[in-house]
Write a protein that binds this ligand. Structure first.
Ligand SMILES: *[C@@H]1O[C@H](CO)[C@@H](O)[C@H](O)[C@H]1NC(C)=O
Ligand SMILES: *[C@@H]1O[C@H](CO)[C@@H](O)[C@H](O)[C@H]1NC(C)=O
Ligand SMILES: *[C@@H]1O[C@H](CO)[C@@H](O)[C@H](O)[C@H]1NC(C)=O
Ligand SMILES: *[C@@H]1O[C@H](CO)[C@@H](O)[C@H](O)[C@H]1NC(C)=O
Ligand SMILES: *[C@@H]1O[C@H](CO)[C@@H](O)[C@H](O)[C@H]1NC(C)=O
Length: 233
């Protein structure tokens, strides 16, 4: 190694000014320069990727809702709450694996029905409609809820909340990341007798603005990581 270096130096036009490896000062400078250049290049690559991906929130809405087999007696409720949930992935890059999705229907803050959505995969720019049948079976309503529900039944419409908690994976190119997802649809107003009276409602989706930006494999993640709080433990 040393012998080769010597022969290279012998070929330099000005051997009286030793260059590079022979001068510790300039070697440090060269290494610092290379490191800086690497940081700039990696930073630019991440910035360009980031701009190309332009992450957008997933959108959820409840498009349809209707009630079947409603009955309320002795403070106990039987009813089937049917919903059509629309999930839209507006990203042109980035597909989503919905691994778990638990749906709860609330009346006056009380859970009346629980359901799960089968895992599914959503490509980019895709709309997926999910048909949900949430059954309340002999659900004991607490406090004023019994009275309130009777009043709403007479009025013809009921005010519900629909919450979805899920775990998803997002894939952007080679990046893959896991996230928790929370969706709140409120109020979901359902007419007891007429399906077509339903007014579509947009849901709030939690934390998803960070969704595509943060990946457990991306170094960028660790710099700006506000997302760690909703990564699974
Ligand atoms: C409604 O009740 C009828 C019988 O009472 C039953 O056959 C039907 O499956 C129920 N529908 C739903 C959606 O629960
Ligand atoms: C609800 O359905 C159960 C059977 O699933 C029945 O025993 C009960 O009486 C029903 N309650 C009401 C309020 O209709
Ligand atoms: C959305 O993706 C699903 C599953 O890949 C597919 O069946 C459906 O046709 C897609 N919908 C649209 C509007 O592209
Ligand atoms: C339901 O509502 C639609 C639109 O408001 C109306 O045209 C239709 O007649 C209603 N159906 C019933 C059974 O009341
Ligand atoms: C629910 O639908 C029925 C039947 O179409 C209609 O008469 C009633 O006005 C609707 N209720 C409300 C609160 O819109």
């Amino acid at each position: 190694m040393a012998g080769r270096r010597t022969s290279q130096n012998a070929c330099l036009p000005n051997p009286s000014r030793p260059y590079g490896s022979n001068n510790p000062n300039s070697r440090v400078r060269l290494i610092a320069f290379i490191l800086l250049a690497l940081i700039v290049i990696v930073g630019l690559a991440i910035l360009i990727t980031w701009l190309a991906i332009k992450p957008k929130k997933i959108q959820f809405s409840v498009d349809e809702g209707w009630i079947q087999n409603y009955s309320l007696a002795n403070g106990k409720l039987n009813s089937t709450f049917n919903f059509v949930i629309r999930a839209y992935n507006p990203n042109s890059k980035g597909s989503i694996y919905y691994d778990t999705m638990d749906v709860k229907v609330y009346y006056r803050g009380q859970t009346v029905a629980t359901e799960t959505i089968e895992p599914f995969f959503q490509p980019h720019k895709n709309v997926t409609r999910i048909m949900l049948q949430n059954k309340a079976q002999n659900v004991a309503l607490q406090g004023r809820a019994v009275h309130d529900l009777k009043v709403e039944r007479t009025g013809g419409e009921v005010d519900l909340d629909v919450k979805i908690k899920g775990k998803i994976r997002v894939k952007v190119g080679v990046w893959k990341s896991r996230h928790k997802m929370k969706v709140l649809c409120s109020p979901v107003v359902v007419n007891f007798s007429n399906h077509t009276k339903f007014r579509r409602i947009d849901c709030e989706v939690d934390n998803l603005q960070n969704l595509l930006a943060f990946s457990s494999t991306s170094p960028f993640l660790k710099l700006h990581d506000g997302a760690s709080s909703f990564l699974p433990p």
